[in-house]
Ligand binder design. Structure first.
Ligand SMILES: O=C(O)CCC(=O)C(=O)O
Length: 269
């Protein structure tokens, strides 16, 4: 597969809205491998480790979230530098044309959400942390964290699609009805929020500084399966102290290894 390169229209829409939908990002073979891998997850309790991956749901409503999922199998490794999106991340949050050019994957999660689950609304341009800010200046993007949510199952109405408030990565005001400032933590009926419907294999790429969250899964049966990979500048660090294992780093291609360990540790012999 030829690596996709952001077009002028992609840049325009990413700047305007704060997100892009990459249709058919992953082919049927890799999707099948990922689904098989999800089927094989053990029944982990919150906090339980599986090798160097840990179930660490973001909160009580988000469902099963396996952090460091790149540790648990080859299909997850293939997502790191996937040709459908890697050039977008290099351009938008890879400190392009600077002395610290390069990316770091600071979190990667396999997420399963069942009926009733949701991810509360968060983020937005107002008082945004530098870590997840949107920025473009002097002809280059200087975003902090950008995320790729890949649909492993179809995510249609009622399946708990991710919701975004287009343009909110640049907002100068808090949303009066949302999150810390307002009453609603579910995104379902939040003014300005739109659901991002995806077919299995499609990916949502967004700057973390946009207001976003996961709408309520209202369908009674089945589950929403997605992966969430967070990219940022190569000097970044993980939020929860996860580390990538030597076993993993040693089996990766140099390109993939660099995404998990952009700068090798410098220690005395
Ligand atoms: O689960 C979702 O749809 C949204 C996830 C999310 O908000 C996040 O990972 O920051």
């Amino acid at each position: 597969m030829d690596a996709r390169v952001p077009t002028a229209l992609d840049d325009f829409l990413f700047d305007l809205n704060g997100y892009l939908i990459l249709k058919n990002a992953v082919d049927a073979d890799l999707l099948a491998e990922l689904n098989d891998a999800f089927d094989a997850f053990p029944d982990l309790q919150y906090g339980e480790w599986w090798g160097n991956a840990q179930r660490r749901d973001y909160n009580g409503a988000t469902g099963f979230e396996l952090h460091n999922c790149v540790e648990v199998g080859a299909p997850f490794e293939k997502l790191l530098d996937h040709p459908s999106w890697i050039n977008y991340l290099r351009r938008y949050c890879g400190e392009a044309e600077s002395y610290v050019q390069g990316l770091f994957v600071d979190e990667c999660i396999a997420s399963i959400r069942r009926s009733g689950g949701h991810h509360p609304v968060h983020s937005g341009g107002f008082k945004a942390a530098v870590r997840n800010q949107y920025a473009y200046a002097n002809g280059v993007f200087r975003c902090g964290q950008c995320n790729v949510i890949l649909a492993i199952s179809d995510v249609g109405p009622g399946d708990g699609p991710t919701m975004v408030i287009p343009g909110s990565h640049k907002s100068n005001f808090p949303h009066p009805n949302a999150g810390d400032y307002g009453k609603l933590d579910r995104m379902d009926h939040l003014d300005g929020a739109v659901p991002v419907l995806l077919e299995a294999g499609d990916a949502l790429l967004f700057v973390d500084g946009i207001m976003h969250g996961g709408s309520s899964r209202t369908n009674e049966s089945g589950e929403r399966r997605v992966t969430i990979y967070r990219y940022g500048p190569h000097w970044g660090s993980t939020r929860y102290g996860f580390e990538y294992s030597e076993e993993l780093l040693n089996r990766l291609t140099p390109e993939r290894r660099k995404l998990l360990q952009p700068v090798a540790p410098n220690r005395p012999r």
